[in-house]
Design a protein around this ligand. Structure first.
Ligand SMILES: Cc1ncc(COP(=O)(O)O)c(C=O)c1O
Length: 483
């Protein structure tokens, strides 16, 4: 197979149209199709009207070169360097399938990002495009039918009474807090005297939402095993000013909701669940976002259910909270042009809702894939490092696969030199962020020590297993040498 860069992993394969007619009958092609599915290599064709699962239509404005670093053209005859015959391709793919860890080390995967939205776009294009085009041609672009249908579908899937589509996870949090303020206290905003407990390890939006809603954040410690808010810390922080708390199911791991609910109920406090990273995570069988008073979701493209831009959602079983949230996302209107409350423009775009509906159909696949990737890491990485907590009671959806070890920074450098991206979620404890300095610190916070030792590894659902095994192999190499 000289002439092909076999050490380079192919990212897309264009099938010459003449081969398409044989796709179901020719055993070589059937085998290629099965292996490509397994290896997450997208197969493309350009024949209008041809439809086969996982063989996507390549629109005329894209070319084979757009399909990333190492595209191939599957044809009967070799005409140039990137042409490969069915027999050669089958032999190449079969080789990938049976690679052992030593051989995997020799493959050039190019740069391995934390995720690859471009690969996802290609992978889901045939699923998403019909929805996208339907929304486009409908002209019903603001809070259109797709939004209503998406909200209904989420309610059904989660077993929750109400869902309100909004423009981002950030606005979901702000609107959720303000809806609680309106329904519990009849106030448009909280007052700075009102305290809301938040974890010190989270994304900034969790805490900024408290400030936007008019209250004062109080920083809580997180549990060292799960990285979610510590119920013991919450207990210590409660005082007569406390109104409620935001629980973040960080990295996709559900927080200890029984304990959180117990402490909240004892003191008549509200619970907002920040589910930005935990779409369809479950705590004792219940979907997160349906356990507290309100659930807030983000559909930022990198999220477990990601849009093709910003988006968010509020879930609740409380009718009054629902009514306020529905009004606040559109200028405080119940009736057009007559604002009953101080609202803004926080609507979920129709076009995003359309994409999200298409992807919601794939959510089990996406979640399972993340869990499969986590399993590969769990089985490959040594127990000398701290791996993510998982338990039958808390169904982790692995928005991130986060490990904890000494020399985390050196490990990041090492992986970076090996073309593997890693991230620290999040590099600053909330109590050290300048814009959040109005927040209160009532107990010693241990977040900085955690942050120094954590790092998250690539967890892209459409990366094939061998790519993950390659990453895991590199982590092991570092640990063997330096830890
Ligand atoms: C924990 C958490 N909360 C809130 C948000 C904010 O969501 P968005 O980016 O959709 O505004 C994010 C998103 O990154 C997040 O990770």
């Amino acid at each position: 197979m000289a002439g092909f860069e076999l050490s380079k992993f192919p990212t897309g394969i264009l099938i010459e149209n003449e081969l398409l007619d044989e796709f179901d009958s020719n055993p070589t092609l059937v085998h290629i199709w099965e292996l490509c599915k397994k290896l997450f290599i997208t197969l493309w064709h350009t024949k209008r009207g041809y439809k086969k699962d996982y063989v996507n239509y390549l629109p005329h404005f894209l070319s084979i070169e757009d399909m990333e670093e190492n595209p191939l053209i599957l044809a009967r005859e070799k005409r140039s360097k990137i042409h490969i015959t069915p027999e050669e391709l089958l032999s190449l793919l079969s080789e990938y399938e049976s690679l052992d860890d030593e051989k995997i080390k020799t493959i050039d995967f190019g740069w391995i990002g934390m995720l690859s939205l471009r690969s996802e776009a290609k992978f889901f294009s045939d699923d998403i495009l019909p929805y996208l085009l339907r929304a486009f041609y409908s002209g019903d672009w603001i809070l259109g039918k797709e939004v209503v249908e998406f909200e209904k579908e989420v309610c059904k899937a989660f077993g929750v009474r109400f869902a309100v589509g909004v423009n981002s996870g950030t606005d979901a949090l702000i609107i959720a807090l303000r809806s609680i303020s309106l329904s519990r206290y009849g106030k448009e905003f909280f007052s700075p005297d009102d305290e809301i407990i938040v974890p010190d390890l989270t994304f900034l939006a969790t805490v900024q939402a408290v400030l936007f809603a008019g209250a004062t954040p109080v920083f809580a410690n997180v549990d060292e095993k799960t990285y979610t808010i510590s119920p013991e810390s919450i207990r210590r922080l409660i005082n007569r000013k406390t109104k409620g708390m935001i629980v973040v199911h960080l990295y996709g791991m559900p927080a200890d909701m029984d304990e959180v609910r117990n402490v909240a109920d004892e003191h008549n406090l509200f619970v907002v669940e920040d589910c930005a990273q935990s779409f369809f995570a479950r705590y004792k069988g219940k979907v997160v976002g349906t356990i507290g008073d309100v659930g807030c979701f983000s559909f930022f493209p990198s999220k477990n259910l990601g849009g093709i831009g910003d988006g968010g959602l509020i879930t609740t079983n409380d009718e009054r909270i629902y009514e306020f949230a529905d009004m606040l996302r559109k200028y405080g209107w119940r009736q057009r042009d007559y604002s009953e409350h101080i609202g803004g423009n926080s609507r979920l775009d129709t076009i995003q809702a359309a994409v999200l509906r298409a992807k919601l159909k794939k959510i089990d696949f996406l979640t399972n894939r993340r869990r499969e990737i986590a399993k590969i890491y769990n089985e490959t990485l040594p127990d000398t490092i701290q791996k993510p907590y998982d338990s039958p009671e808390r169904f982790h959806v692995y928005h991130q696969y986060t490990i904890r070890c000494k020399k985390a920074e050196e490990l990041r450098d090492f992986l970076n030199r090996n073309k593997i991206e890693t991230r620290v979620y999040y590099p600053y404890p909330m109590h050290k962020v300048p814009a959040l300095s109005r927040g209160k610190i009532y107990e010693k916070l241990y977040t900085e020590e955690i942050i120094r030792e954590i790092l998250s590894l690539p967890i892209e659902p459409v990366y094939p297993d061998i790519k993950i095994r390659y990453v895991a192999g590199k982590v092991c190499e570092f640990i063997d040498k330096y830890l």
